[in-house]
Design a binder for this molecule. Structure first.
Ligand code: ZN
Length: 645
C-alpha cells in the first residue's frame, strides 16, 4: 500500500500559487480556522484568490488553474472558468463547472475504496493515464504530524503570495479541459441522486439496463450537513429507477399528459360545480321572487279584499313593498336596540366582574353608590307623593267648600224664593252663614257648612263684626239694641249665640182681596190662620213648616192710641215706650192691623213658643222654642199686656 496522497496545487501563470495537502482539504466552506486550523476549503481559497486578483487588476488575460496532483502526477487540471463554489451544481445548467467538493469527494471515494477504477470515476475520463498510474496506491488517512505541520506552513506562506504576472497560462487553458459531467453520468449508471452523496452510498450495479440499482448508505459521515433524513439511516435500502432517455421522455410525456388530463378534469369539475351553484342561486332567487310576488298579492288582497278594476296595482304593490321595507326597518331597529341593550348588559357585567376582580373595596364602593342612588330616588319619590297628596287634599277641601256653598245657596233659594237673589248672591262672599241647626238658628263659619245645616240667610263679615255686643240694661238704645230672651240681655243688633231671622210680613197686595188686611198679611210660606186649638180662642196661627228658634215675626201693626181708654177691643194692644212717653198699639181692627193679632196666648206658661220684644219702637215675636209643622204659635201677652188690660 503506497503512502502517496493527492495534493491540491493552485497555479497561476505557470507558478504554484498554493499547495494544499490531502489532510487539509475541507468540504465545508465555512469551517473555522480555530476548530480545525489546517483545513482549507475550496470556496475559501477560491474567494480569497478571486478577491486578490480582482483588486490588483491582474485578472486580465491571466487565469489561475487548479491542479490536483497525486504522487507527483497531475491528476486533474481545472481551468479558472470551470471553477464553481456550488457543490451541487447540476451538469445540465453548466456542464463545465467543477466544484471543489465534487472533486474532493470523488477523490476520497477512490481513496476509500482503494480501487481506482477509472472507468467508473468521472475523473478518469479527464486524465486516465494519471489515475491508472496510481491505481495500486492506497492513501493513508492518518498523515504523520511533521508532514502536516510542514504542509500547514506552506499553506500559510503560499496563500498571500500574489501570482506573478509574467508567467503565461495559455498552455493550461483548453488542453486539459474536463469533459462535461453529463457525458460522465451517461457512461455511469444514470442514477439520480446528488453527486456529493455518492461517497456515502454503495451502489450495487445491475447488469440489466432497466433494473433499478440497490443503493445503500455506507456509513454516516459526521462532516456532512443537511443530509436528507431519509438518507441518514445507515444500511437502509433505497430503490432508484433507471430508464433510457426514450423511456424517460415517454414517461415524462405520459406524466404530463396525465397531469393535463387531471387538470382538465379538475377544471371541468370546477365548472360543473360553478354551474350548479349558479343554477341553485338562480332557483333560490326565483323562489324568493315568487314568494315576494305571492306576498305582494296577498298584501294587495288584504288591502282591497278583492281585485278592483282600474286600480294602479303597480303603485299599490310599490306601496305595499315600501310598507314591508318599513316593517323590515322597524324590525332591524328593534334588533339593533336589542343588540345595544345586550352590549350594555355585557358592559355592566364586565364592570361588575372587574369590580369583583379588583377586590371587595371597589365592589363595596359600587354597591354603596347604588344604594345611595336608590335612597335618593326613593326620597324624591316620597317628596313628590307628599306634594301631590297635599295639593290633592287642598283641592278636595276647596271642592267640598264649594259644594257646601252651592248647597247652601240652593237651599236658601228654595227656602226663600221671594228673596232678592242678586243681593243674596252678593253676600255669599261672607265668611259667615246663618243656618238652621236642629230647631234653632246658628251662625257658623262658611267653611263649616255641611249638609246638616240649612242656610237661611248669608251673614256678612261686617254684620257679624257688629253683632253680639252686649249692652247694659240701663244704657240700651231702643232703636238699635235688642233683647235676647235666652240670655236676658240687650245686644247690639242681636245676640250672637242666639241669632235672629226676621220673617217679614206677607205682602198685603198679594193676599186674597176678599179677606181683611190682617188675613192678607200672613206670610203663607211659613204660617196659616185656622181655628185655634185653645177652647174659645177663635182663630189661631199654625206653622206650615218648621219654625226654628230665632225666627222673628213682625212688626206688630195696629192703630196708635195714647190711652187704654181709647182701645176698641181689649186683648189686642201693646204698650210701647215712645220718646214722648208710653203709647198703645191697638190691633182690634182687622183692617188696620196684621196677622200677628191672631196669635193666641197659651193657657199654661210652658206652652209658649214665642216671645214678644220691642225693637225700634215696634213689637216683634221671637220663636223661643222650635215650632213644628201644624203646631200653634203661642205668645204670652206679658206683664204690660195684662197691665194694659
Ligand atoms: Zn242670647
Amino acid at each position: 500500500m503506497s503512502r502517496q496522497k493527492p495534493t491540491l496545487v493552485i497555479k497561476f501563470g505557470g507558478k504554484v500559487l498554493r499547495k494544499v495537502p490531502w489532510e487539509d482539504w475541507s468540504t465545508d466552506s465555512r469551517s473555522k480556522t480555530a476548530s480545525a486550523p489546517r483545513k482549507v476549503s475550496w470556496t475559501k481559497n477560491f474567494f480569497k484568490l478571486k478577491k486578490t486578483l480582482a483588486t490588483s487588476g491582474r485578472m486580465s488575460g491571466k487565469k489561475p488553474t487548479l491542479v490536483i496532483k497525486f504522487g507527483g502526477k497531475v491528476l486533474r487540471k481545472v481551468p479558472w472558468e470551470d471553477w464553481s463554489t456550488d457543490s451541487r451544481s447540476k451538469p445540465a445548467s453548466n456542464p463545465r463547472k467543477v466544484s471543489w467538493t465534487k472533486n474532493f469527494f470523488k477523490l476520497e471515494k477512490i481513496k476509500k475504496t482503494n480501487c481506482f477504477n477509472l472507468a467508473t470515476s468521472p475523473l478518469s475520463s479527464s486524465s486516465p493515464s494519471a489515475l491508472s498510474s496510481s491505481a495500486g496506491s492506497s492513501p493513508s488517512r492518518t498523515p504523520t504530524p511533521e508532514k502536516t505541520m510542514k504542509k500547514k506552513n506552506t499553506d500559510r506562506v503560499n496563500l498571500p503570495t500574489s501570482p506573478s504576472p509574467s508567467s503565461p497560462s495559455s498552455n493550461v487553458s483548453s488542453a486539459s479541459r474536463t469533459p462535461s459531467p453529463e457525458k460522465t453520468m451517461k457512461k455511469a449508471h444514470d442514477v439520480h441522486f446528488p453527486e456529493f452523496l455518492k461517497p456515502f452510498l454503495s451502489v450495487s450495479e445491475s447488469t440489466e439496463q432497466e433494473k433499478a440499482p440497490v443503493v445503500k448508505i455506507k456509513r454516516t459521515y459526521p462532516r456532512v450537513y443537511n443530509l436528507p433524513p431519509y438518507l441518514q439511516k445507515p444500511n437502509q435500502k433505497y430503490n432508484f429507477s433507471i430508464f433510457s432517455e426514450e423511456e424517460k421522455k415517454r414517461r415524462r410525456e405520459e406524466r404530463q399528459k396525465a397531469n393535463e388530463e387531471k387538470m382538465k378534469q379538475l377544471k371541468m369539475e370546477e365548472e360543473r360545480r360553478e354551474a350548479e351553484k349558479k343554477e341553485a342561486e338562480r332557483m333560490k332567487m326565483q323562489k324568493m321572487e315568487a314568494e315576494r310576488q305571492a306576498k305582494k298579492k296577498e298584501g294587495m288582497h288584504l288591502l282591497l279584499g278583492k281585485e278592483v278594476p282600474g286600480i294602479d296595482y303597480d303603485d299599490l304593490c310599490h306601496k305595499i313593498d315600501s310598507r314591508y321595507s318599513e316593517w323590515e326597518a322597524d324590525r332591524q331597529y328593534e334588533r339593533e336596540l336589542y343588540e345595544r341593550e345586550k352590549a350594555e348588559e355585557k358592559r355592566r357585567t364586565i364592570l361588575q366582574y372587574e369590580a369583583d376582580c379588583y377586590g371587595p373595596t371597589v365592589a363595596n364602593h359600587l354597591r354603596n353608590l347604588k344604594t345611595f342612588d336608590e335612597m335618593q330616588a326613593r326620597k324624591k319619590e316620597e317628596e313628590e307623593r307628599k306634594k301631590n297628596e297635599g295639593e290633592e287634599w287642598k283641592m278636595k277641601k276647596e271642592e267640598e267648600r264649594k259644594q257646601r256653598v252651592a248647597e247652601a245657596n240652593r237651599r236658601w233659594n228654595m227656602a226663600s224664593p221671594s228673596a232678592d237673589h242678586d243681593k243674596m248672591s252678593d253676600s255669599t262672599n261672607s265668611n259667615y252663614l246663618l243656618v238652621v241647626e236642629s230647631c234653632s238658628l246658628k251662625i257658623i263659619k262658611r267653611e263649616d257648612m255641611s249638609n246638616q245645616y240649612q242656610e237661611i240667610h248669608p251673614i256678612t263679615d261686617e254684620e257679624y263684626q257688629k253683632t253680639g255686643k252686649p249692652i247694659p240694661t240701663n244704657k240700651y238704645n231702643e232703636e238699635t239694641d235688642i233683647w235676647c230672651p235666652h240670655c236676658s240681655k240687650y245686644y247690639w243688633k242681636f245676640c250672637r249665640r242666639h241669632p235672629l231671622y226676621l220673617v217679614p210680613n206677607g205682602s198685603i197686595e198679594d193676599g186674597p182681596e176678599d179677606e181683611s188686611r190682617a188675613m192678607r198679611s200672613v206670610p203663607q210660606e211659613f204660617v196659616e190662620v185656622a181655628t185655634s186649638s185653645l177652647k174659645g180662642a177663635g182663630k189661631g196661627v199654625f206653622a206650615r213648616k218648621l219654625l226654628p228658634k230665632g225666627y222673628m215675626f213682625g212688626p206688630y201693626e195696629g192703630e196708635r192710641v195714647e190711652d187704654s181708654s181709647q182701645m176698641k177691643t181689649p186683648g189686642y194692644s201693646y204698650e210701647l215706650d215712645g220718646k214722648d212717653g208710653p203709647y198703645l198699639i191697638d190691633a182690634s181692627d182687622e183692617n188696620a192691623s196684621n196677622w200677628l193679632r191672631y196669635v193666641n196666648a197659651p193657657n199654661k206658661k210652658e206652652h209658649q213658643n214665642l216671645y214678644a220684644v220691642q225693637y225700634n219702637h215696634q213689637i216683634y215675636y221671637i220663636v223661643t222654642k222650635a215650632i213644628f209643622i201644624g203646631e200653634e204659635l203661642l205668645v204670652p201677652y206679658g206683664p204690660k199686656y195684662w197691665r194694659g188690660k
